[in-house]
Every structure is written in structure tokens, then in C-alpha cells.
Write a protein that binds this ligand. Structure first.
Ligand code: B4P
Length: 182
């Protein structure tokens, strides 16, 4: 199993769900920028207050904020890791590449979880988080297509992209991911 991983995919593809399972099974550090930002929001920090408004509109939080969160954790990490929901645009991917080069921890594989819009919208609507309403989901999806989807080519060109189908139950997706990463 690869031990320095990145999960890519649209909102609701199941990145967070599958990342947690994989990290528990293989002792990897699970770094979800979405979760870390939501923790800042719950703690009411200045960063959280700034991020909350942006997240509730379904937009991307600034690269500086997100990178500072990731940098601190990766620089002190001595085990394998899985980045979930980061990077979300080309600027973040480039900054991440520089950071990983500096700490000599290259990404081993990038896993793309693919899913159709209807399934992901149903999943998010039934979860019902604050940013899971129809209008915000549409915005998140369009930002995904515009800013995040170009990362598919970016990592394909580096020869480290693998992809799995994200439809189906959690167990089936989990076993597809295991196969793709072995
Ligand atoms: P994230 O927290 O990353 O959330 P996500 O993309 O919506 O979800 P994910 O794909 O992880 O789906 P999940 O497993 O939860 O981002 C939230 C916001 O944070 C962003 O919009 C942005 O504002 C901000 N942000 C985060 N990272 C950023 C960055 N790098 N730069 C800038 N801004 C950033 O699954 C969704 C639902 O489906 C769950 O309810 C789950 O139980 C269910 N589900 C999962 N798999 C299923 C399956 N196989 N079958 C049925 N249901 C399933």
C-alpha cells in the first residue's frame, strides 16, 4: 500500500468517508482541510470566522489559510499521510509540490473518485450540513469543475493518477480503492 496519498474528486464523492477508513486501517495521518477548517469554525477563531462565510457559500477558502494549516501538520509528520480535499486548485498543487520537495516526502499516488452529479447531490442533500443545500451544492460543483478538475491532468502528467468509480455502497467503493492502490 502506498503511504503518501492524495484524494481528489467532486464534493460528496466520498473522499472523507473513504479516507477515514483507509487511514484507520493503515495508520496514516488523515489530513482533511475541510474538517480542519470546520474545527476552526467551531472553535470560533479569527481564521474560522473568516472561513465560515466562504464555506457557507460553497467557495474556496484562501490558499494562504489552507496552506498554513497543512504546512504545520505535514512538516511535523513522521508517519504516512493522506491529504483529503487538498489541493483544490493549481496554485495549491504547486505550493504543495514545493513543500513536499523541501521535506523530501513525495506523493506516491493520487486517487480520483469519480461520481455522477445526481448521486453526489442526493448524498449531500441527505447529509444536510450547512453547506449542503441545493444552491450551494451547485456552486461547489461549478467551482470544482473550474478550479479543481484541472488537477486531474496535472497529476496524470506526473504519472501518479489512479481512478475509481465512487457510486455504490461504502464497502464496494472501499474495496475498489484497495485494489487501485495495491
Ligand atoms: P470538504 O470537507 O472537503 O467536503 P466535500 O468535498 O463536500 O466532501 P467529501 O467528498 O469528503 O464527501 P464525504 O465523504 O463527506 O470541503 C468542504 C468545504 O471546505 C469546501 O466547499 C471549501 O469551502 C472548504 N475547503 C476544503 N478544503 C479546501 C481547500 N483545500 N482550499 C480551499 N477551500 C477548502 O461524503 C458526503 C456524504 O456522502 C456523507 O454524508 C457520506 O456519509 C455519504 N457517502 C459517502 N460515501 C457514500 C456511499 N458509497 N454511499 C452512500 N453515501 C455515501
Amino acid at each position: 500500500m502506498q503511504n503518501r496519498l492524495l484524494f481528489l474528486g467532486p464534493p460528496g464523492a466520498g473522499k472523507g468517508t473513504q479516507a477515514e477508513l483507509l487511514c484507520n486501517d493503515h495508520g496514516l495521518l488523515h489530513l482533511s482541510t475541510g474538517e480542519l477548517l470546520r474545527e476552526e469554525v467551531s472553535a470560533g477563531t479569527d481564521l474560522g470566522k473568516e472561513a465560515e462565510l466562504i464555506m457557507n457559500r460553497g467557495e474556496l477558502v484562501s490558499d494562504d489559510i489552507v496552506l498554513s494549516i497543512v504546512k504545520k501538520r505535514l512538516s511535523n509528520c513522521s508517519q504516512g499521510w493522506l491529504l483529503d480535499g487538498f489541493p483544490r486548485n493549481l496554485a495549491q498543487a504547486q505550493l504543495l509540490g514545493e513543500l513536499l520537495e523541501k521535506i523530501v516526502q513525495p506523493i506516491k499516488a493520487v486517487l480520483l473518485i469519480e461520481i455522477d452529479d445526481e448521486t453526489l447531490t442526493d448524498r449531500l442533500l441527505s447529509r444536510g450540513r450547512k453547506d449542503d443545500n441545493a444552491e450551494v451544492i451547485r456552486n461547489r460543483l461549478s467551482i470544482y469543475r473550474e478550479k479543481t478538475a484541472p488537477l486531474i491532468n496535472f497529476y496524470q502528467n506526473l504519472g501518479i493518477l489512479r481512478s475509481v468509480e465512487g457510486c455504490g455502497n461504502i464497502k464496494d467503493v472501499k474495496s475498489r480503492i484497495r485494489n487501485a492502490l495495491n
